[in-house]
Design a protein around this ligand. Structure first.
Ligand SMILES: [Fe+2]
Ligand SMILES: [Fe+2]
Length: 248
């Protein structure tokens, strides 16, 4: 899976970084993802019953919030966003784009699965950043930002892995395996849903073009542009009072 995933990141990344406005779009999306992560970790900080993890969650939330600001600054440095990207910073966009759900992840998953989620997602994000940097896809300043952020992500991976090991050592290995499986399966399902939506958009665009070319375009040679300007209408012959009564 490792080599396949790295190859996929490399191919998709080559397109994503080179498309028009690609770096700005990526930085804006990363900024949003980091902002969503900071909210989820703050929710974990509020709800956890493990006092020993509160301080770690606090540092983690502060890291994610700082990452969001770093990516936001890259957006500003790299150029202007178009309206779609600018809309991403709107207050409701995190909910609309599914980055945050109806309830915080911690509430939906509980402590053990949340830690499994942190471990899986942070590991995948770190791998993605490393592929981008190793292949020199972003500009040098963005590579420096990604490398700085990667150091924090290593801390998030190490503490979540350590906590999962503690659960295993306490005889809850089966729960840890099940939580990791659920997290990975959910990510595959969500990736499939995202792909399906894009395919749906592409197919509907294709069909609308076909409909236009078959049903509308053939009549174009027969169409004429109407003359512009004011046109006079015949005055109503009725007296004004009768006309007003008819309008009432
Ligand atoms: Fe982060
Ligand atoms: Fe992180």
């Amino acid at each position: 899976m490792g080599i396949i995933r790295r190859t996929w990141i490399r191919l998709a990344g080559a397109w994503a970084w080179r498309r028009p406005n690609g770096p700005v779009r990526l930085m804006a999306a990363f900024s949003q993802a980091e902002r969503g992560s900071s909210y989820d970790v703050i929710a974990a900080l509020e709800r956890t019953e493990r006092r020993d993890l509160r301080r770690t969650y606090l540092f983690h939330a502060l890291d994610e919030s700082r990452h969001a600001r770093i990516f936001r600054r890259r957006v500003q440095a790299l150029g202007r966003q178009d309206r779609a990207e600018a809309a991403l910073v709107d207050a409701g966009s995190l909910r609309a784009t599914g980055i945050i759900g109806e309830a915080p992840l911690f509430e939906q998953m509980g402590e053990l699965e949340f830690l499994a989620f942190v471990y899986v997602v942070e590991s995948l994000a770190l791998e993605q950043f490393q592929v981008y940097c190793d292949h020199g896809m972003p500009d040098p300043d963005t590579i420096a930002a990604l490398r700085a952020i990667a150091d924090d992500e290593k801390f998030h991976i190490s503490y979540s892995r350590r906590e999962l090991e503690k659960y295993r050592a306490a005889g809850r290995g089966a729960e840890v395996r099940a939580a990791l499986f659920r997290v990975r399966a959910r990510r595959i399902w969500q990736a499939w849903l995202r792909l399906s939506r894009r395919l749906g958009d592409a197919v509907s665009t294709l069909w609308l073009w076909a409909l236009y070319l078959v049903c509308v375009a053939p009549f174009r040679p027969l169409a004429r542009v109407e003359g512009g300007g004011w046109r006079t209408r015949d005055a109503d012959p009725r007296p004004i009072a009768e006309f007003a009564r008819a309008q009432a």
